[in-house]
Design a protein around this ligand. Structure first.
Ligand code: COA
Length: 435
């Protein structure tokens, strides 16, 4: 029998030793959130500071650790970040001009990786090796398999606190070139502030969700508030991109049991999990959650196989045509499209399905209406006028799918903040939209 422990010991090194094997010009792939190997990348940044390495490019998705090549502009050229989505670190660097961004639908990232990129190194944080020589990629599946297929070398960072996903991605020790051990707490997503407005919106959406529905909740306070508003429902299912704290709450209170799903009955399906320690404890060794590749999970043709599929996502602004921007404030980059369109389309194609894009009617202390006559110049249209279904604010719901321009404008003005309705009506009338 193969002695996996012996192989493990032979491949074991320190973060500094592994980072010293990374050469000039290497392209490095990492996956989302807690999959990022923080100790290795910190050691690499240390080498870059000493001018020991240059021209390295690192791809990230949802960066949740403070990554030095995003935080420190002086590392540009020695290490340059390239994000498939962005969190606050990558966002600052992309807007500052010392990091780059790859536009994509999240479901397509594995195909882009297979078609467009080669990697000198794929690196990931993993849970401890099992007796068969496998490391679980823990909380993330996403596009890891595609990067592994295109990588010349693979390094893993073993964290004994990384959960083992029994229905998730795995790497075998025979595929791995270097191992380092780094025991640390996983990153925590600060809980969203559930104010009166988010709770009102959550309740409005919850009224539209029947028992037995299958749900996806996106990123932000409103999807979280909707999750909380679903606690009185029965027999809900989960098919989502990001598995969140509110979903664990729904499972533990009995509202979710996945019993009515058409696919993966009895299991919650996601492509990564990110939140508090409560999520990580839930994922560990739990066959009730499947963490699967994003080209499967986010494929609208897969999503719509569950009846009554409900997707709930946020946006920064919406114009009177119903075009939703969820990625930028004007031309200033905020995040990628993620899976918003994947789930809007999947939900709309599902029998009984609905998609909700929800947000408070105003931003910046009530000074800006998030419903606009036209999108702010430079704003990115994430969900198009042809895909959009429901828009929700604390003033109600607008059902836009299949509706005329005039009906859209009237409905959207009716759910805008009262302080902005006259101005919106004036603009709509001027453009001949109110017939
Ligand atoms: N004009 C100017 N600023 C605005 C604005 C507007 N219309 N709308 C929001 N903002 C500001 C807010 O004031 C806030 O600023 P602050 O950080 O200085 O407080 C910031 O933009 C974020 O707004 P907020 O409403 O708190 O966003 P959120 O946390 O609810 O996230 C998205 C909203 C759209 C960024 C988020 O949902 C996202 O990343 N979406 C990506 C696509 C997606 O939906 N993917 C599927 C997910 S799994």
């Amino acid at each position: 029998m193969t002695d996996y422990q012996k192989m493990y010991q032979e491949k074991l090194a320190t973060a500094e030793e592994l980072s010293a094997r990374i050469g000039d010009g290497w392209v490095i792939g990492t996956d989302a959130a807690a999959a990022c190997p923080a100790a290795l990348l910190t050691a690499l940044a240390g080498r870059a500071r000493q001018d020991a390495v240059k021209g390295v490019k690192i791809q990230t998705l949802l960066d949740v650790y403070p990554l030095e090549f995003y935080a420190d502009q002086s590392l540009y050229g020695r290490i340059t970040g390239l994000s498939w989505f962005s969190s606050s670190g990558a966002r600052k660097a992309i807007n500052g001009g010392w990091a780059d961004y790859i536009p994509n639908y999240y479901r397509d990232t594995p195909a882009h990786i297979l078609n467009n990129y080669d990697y000198d190194l794929f690196c990931a944080e993993v849970s401890p090796m099992d007796k068969h020589g496998y490391f679980s990629l823990g909380t993330v599946s996403s596009y890891s398999a595609a990067m592994i297929a295109k990588a010349k070398h693979i390094f893993v960072e073993v964290n004994d606190r990384q959960p083992r996903a029994v229905c998730g991605a795995q790497l075998h020790i025979s595929q791995v070139d270097g191992i380092l051990e780094y025991s640390h707490e996983l990153p925590v997503l600060p809980a969203a502030k559930l104010d009166e407005i988010s709770v009102t919106i959550g309740n409005l959406i919850a009224e539209q969700i029947p028992d037995g529905a299958c749900i996806q909740l996106g990123i932000g306070a409103i999807p979280d508030a909707t999750g909380m508003a679903l606690k009185a429902k029965h027999d809900l299912g989960i098919h989502t991109e990001m598995f969140t704290d509110s979903m664990v709450e729904l499972i533990e209170c009995g509202a979710v049991n996945n019993s009515k799903k058409q696919i993966h009955r009895g299991q919650s399906v996601t492509t990564f999990a990110f939140g508090s320690q409560r999520i990580y404890d839930y994922v560990d060794d739990n066959p009730a959650i499947a963490i699967l590749p994003v080209d499967y999970v986010n494929d609208p043709a897969v999503i719509c196989r569950n009846d009554n599929m409900i997707s709930i996502n946020a946006a920064l602004e919406v114009d009177l045509w119903g075009q939703a921007c969820a990625e930028s404030v004007g031309p200033s980059h905020m995040s990628g499209s993620g899976g918003q369109i994947d789930f809007v389309r999947g939900a709309c194609q599902s029998r009984g399905g609905k998609s909700f894009i929800a947000f408070p009617s105003t931003a910046k202390g009530g000074t800006i209406s998030k419903i606009k006559s036209i999108l702010t110049p430079g704003a990115i249209c994430t969900t198009s006028k042809n895909d959009v279904d429901y828009i929700v604010t604390e003033y109600g719901l607008a059902h836009l799918r299949g509706e005329s321009l005039s009906s859209r404008a009237k409905q959207l003005i009716a759910i805008a903040h009262p302080d902005f309705r006259d101005e919106l009506r004036f603009e709509a009338k001027k453009r001949g939209m109110l017939i």
